[in-house]
Write a protein that binds this ligand. Sequence first.
Ligand code: UDX
Length: 464
Amino acid sequence: MKVAVIGTGYVGLVSGTCLAAWGHDVVCVDKDAQKIAGLQKAVLPIYEPGLADLVESNAAAGRLNFTCNLAEALAGAALVLIAVGTPARAGHGDADLSFVYMAARELAPHLETGAVVTIKSTVPVGTGDVVEKIIGSIRPSGSFSVASNPEFLREGVAVRDFLDPDRVVIGVEDERARKALMDLYRPPLEMRGTPIVVTRRRTSELIKYAANAFLATKITFINELADLCEEVGSDVGELALGMGLDKRIGASFLNAGPGYGGSCFPKDTLALLRTAQDHGVSLRLVEETVTANEARKRRMALKVIDALDGDVDGATIAVLGLTFKPDTDDMRDAPSVPLIETLQRFGANVRAYDPVGQENASRLLSDVEFCLDAYECVRGADAVVVVTEWESIRKLDLARVKRAMRQPVLVDLRNAVSHGVARELGFHVSAIGRSASAWREAEGTQAGERRARARLGGGDKQTT
Ligand code: UDX
């Protein structure tokens, strides 16, 4: 099937490339000539593991093409995917749909008769209806269909999420759209037994927001429980394990941390609240999630300040990991930004290291000294703060880190490194959801615990 993909951002590029990998004839179109010129040489505008190789091999096989010419992309295309951005409108919270509507207006004159226009961008309920009207004002009704097919891919594992999804959701209003989308997804996914949920367009649009809001709420729940753990002497990791093994709860998305960020959860929860508000419905749980997450991100700096006995003025703080999560260069709504800004406001000098996010981070942060690697970053530091759990940061040689620092204070906002080893080395450790009285390393022994207790009792400051 010939598929045209409008927009070569995360969703468009991953979807187009993976559809080509399934054997479809894909043309990706974007207005950004520089981006397209890069993609024609397999130079990607984003960092996503595995994607560059897939772009290169499918382009070489002739199944994946990039162009700025919309008419050329749409010629012969039975399916058109709209995958343009829907950023939050500044000061409003609702999604800015101008790119979606512009794409609908511009594609309409070039659309093949019988083509199915499918919205992959995350859009509020009812957007498909508007897109149908826009195209219908230019093309005769009945000569095209409009469908919804939200994308659930996660940055960092986007290729895998597309090729092997938990489910596919299709929202259609007619048989032509249902058939086209089933023809697209059923053959490659049939063997895997992947469920395909076929529903009406409005339900499909809402599923995406509901899923993201639920996951954001789940993370916020465990984050709040982490705060309680710290006060009552419980361990949030073990708490999450004990809860998550209940199949009704599920183990994923129970990792406590500095608050969720990224391009989806913050934006989509706000847009969902806006939709609810517009319809006179109150989603209190989602409202609380948004408020609690924002407050948490700001509060993380206090954890660092506490670990340095309440004063970071003039202190050097090494921040490891800047992106909103590992395996991406995306800095959107990353917890590292409010953390660093707050520490700077309190007089700290901040050095930072991120394996791939530094270029994007440098556009958002000022007066930060970016370092070539983690060990350079911690040199002479009064505290090291782990913000993003990159594999290389998880595997840090803590002895080497300690030797390079001015004083051994570790604030681990992801519980990413071994606190047992850190304590053995003499670090003061401040973690998430583990209190001084109750910490017991998953990898630790009772002897280790006794030694550590003795050390804590022996005058070490209790920053755990
Ligand atoms: C998310 C959804 O998972 C995906 O389905 C949707 O299409 C887009 O939004 P993404 O933003 O790429 O994907 O990242 P995800 O892995 O979901 O993480 C989002 C945020 O939650 C990150 O800041 C991450 O660190 C945080 N998180 C996630 C936690 O703090 N704890 C967890 O247990 C899981």
